[in-house]
Design a protein around this ligand. Structure first.
Ligand code: HEM
Length: 503
């Protein structure tokens, strides 16, 4: 009996080993260069061990191979993926040959039957459904619409500065930048989407903030699903995952219902996102879930990314006194020319734009993009050599690595907003080369990027004109991306001190 058990276990072990290493010669057979994968870990151990952010695993491969090839093959746990190394190929995938790479690989993990809210998000949707839903909300993010929402943003900026200024000193020393940015974004989002006061700076219980925390704290269930679905990819065909927990879904359905009823009954003329959604509902006869999904798109795609961008910009300003003073001077000079800092005025402040872009370059909130290849196609490997890329292949775009490549940026790890000086070609020169893509590019380019710029820049202007910022000793340096997160967070967080500037 014992012998049989040993034999059975050995057989299982052999089958498992063969299964896990099945694709290890995949790239060699196709004459595509590839780093050697490790058993059970592939080439991106961080995605399994959670000890080192997988952005760094990708970055190691990027640095080793980029001088010779435009892409390499990698093994993601056990699955073959393509890692792009050249910005021209990034443009090929995101813009020129968009139709072959139109979908995000996240789309394979969920759908609207399993997750009625996230499954309706443009980021997840495919084909005609994506086009339709993206088309529905695109007009909500035009410059003129954002201008109508701007007074709300300004009002929340004022509340945030008041909250910091007039409380006791604890409110200004050792502030958790993540929490501050999240409170600010929560209030902006609550007000613009639901016409509600998020309550983050009024001392009450900010329930929307609590729901946001639940929504964005990575659960072991989701991490485990990603690992298992990478090992057994066919699992995704018949088992999808729900990202938005039931209680959060119900909470948002309820507040959306209340907000819609209240707005329709009171007939308030507020040209915010909710106003836009109500018009859309009348025009397109949207059902309740479609409405909630559009509302949550704003929250899911815009909240965390904008909060991250704000915290890293504040961190770099706090670490670079010269840049902080120069920005403050730009704000003062602008105020002498204009009576108020309207959206139009703020969006035209050149140094502010350079500061924010430089923070997005160093810390892109989404460090990696993963696209799916819809049809067999060809990629140029190096001069005169092409290779076939098979349908369903996952294509990884290393935003972080492109942004930190010394070939494109002098002193790439340093915060130097002057690299984007207009006389050097501004940000345009880098965007055109495809090496500055914090918002992606092409037809799937971030839908809310104008809103993100408006929201984050308003907060920076407000904080820098009212406070001197410095880094609190609790912040561990250098910045290291948290291995347990898909988005860019610093391990241990960013802690800042605010000193009120007397006017
Ligand atoms: C600094 C803040 C932000 C950053 C860095 C950011 C970045 C990105 C990136 C990299 C993508 C993927 C693009 C691609 O696939 O090529 C994306 C997509 C998207 N973003 Fe943003 N985003 C930000 C803020 C926002 C905000 C505020 C909103 C909404 C109000 C928003 C809504 C969306 C949507 C709906 C998509 C999916 C677009 C599609 O697939 O068609 N984002 N964003």
């Amino acid at each position: 009996m014992l012998q049989e058990i040993i034999f059975f276990c050995a057989a299982i072990g052999v089958v498992f080993y063969v299964y896990m290493t099945w694709y290890f010669s995949y790239w060699k057979k196709r004459q595509i260069p590839a780093p050697p994968p490790k058993f059970l870990l592939g080439n991106l151990p961080g995605s399994v061990t959670q000890k080192r952010n997988l952005t760094y695993d990708v970055d190691d491969i990027y640095r080793e191979y980029k001088a010779q090839y435009a892409f390499v093959g990698i093994i993601n746990l056990r699955q073959p993926n393509i890692l792009i190394l050249h910005p021209d190929l990034v443009k090929e995938v995101l813009i020129r040959n968009f139709n072959s790479f139109a979908n995000n690989s996240f789309a394979n993990f969920t759908d609207k039957n399993t997750d009625p809210i996230f499954g309706r998000n443009p980021f997840i949707l495919k084909g005609d459904e994506w086009r339709e839903k993206r088309g529905e909300i695109t007009p909500a993010f035009t410059t003129s619409r954002i201008e109508t929402m701007y007074p709300v943003i300004e009002y929340i900026c004022k509340r945030m500065t008041k909250y910091l200024k007039y409380g006791n000193e604890q409110r200004r020393i050792g502030i958790d930048a993540k929490e501050l940015a999240a409170k600010y974004s929560t209030d902006v989002v609550s007000s613009c989407i639901f016409g509600l006061d998020g309550g983050s700076f009024s001392g009450g219980k900010a329930i929307i903030r609590e729901m946001g925390k639940t929504l964005f704290t990575p659960s072991w269930r989701v991490v485990a699903y990603f690992v298992v679905a990478q090992i057994f990819p066919y699992l995704r065909k018949f088992y999808k995952i729900k990202f938005v927990p039931d209680n959060v879904e119900q909470f948002f359905v309820d507040i959306m219902k209340d907000a819609v009823t209240f707005r329709r009954q009171t007939n308030v003329d507020r040209f915010d996102y909710l106003h836009y959604l109500l018009e859309l509902q009348d025009r397109k006869k949207l059902n309740e879930l479609d409405m909630v999904a559009h509302a949550i798109t704003f929250f899911l795609d815009g909240f965390e990314t904008s909060s991250i961008a704000l915290q890293f910009t504040l961190y770099e300003l706090a670490s670079n006194r010269r840049v902080q003073d120069k920005l403050r001077q730009e704000i003062r000079d602008t105020l002498t020319k204009h009576t108020e800092l309207s959206h139009e005025v703020v969006s035209q402040m050149p140094y502010l734009d350079q500061v924010f872009t430089e923070a997005l370059r160093l810390y892109p909130p989404i460090p990696l993009l993963a696209k799916l290849c819809n049809e067999t196609t060809e990629f140029r490997l190096k001069a005169g050599e092409y290779r076939t890329i098979e349908k369903d292949m996952q294509i990884v775009i290393p935003i972080y690595s492109l942004h930190r490549d010394p070939e494109y940026y002098t002193d790439p790890d340093k915060f130097i907003p002057e690299r984007f000086n207009p006389e050097n070609g501004g940000t345009r020169a880098f965007r055109d080369r495809g090496v500055l893509i914090p918002f992606g590019d092409g037809p799937r380019f971030c839908l809310g990027h104008k809103f993100a710029l408006a929201q984050v820049k308003a907060a920076i202007v407000s904080l820098v004109s009212n406070f001197e910022l410095s880094v609190n000793a609790k912040t561990k340096t250098p910045i290291v991306l948290d291995p347990r997160q898909f988005l860019a967070y610093h391990i241990g967080g960013i802690w800042l001190d605010f000193k009120t500037i007397s006017s």
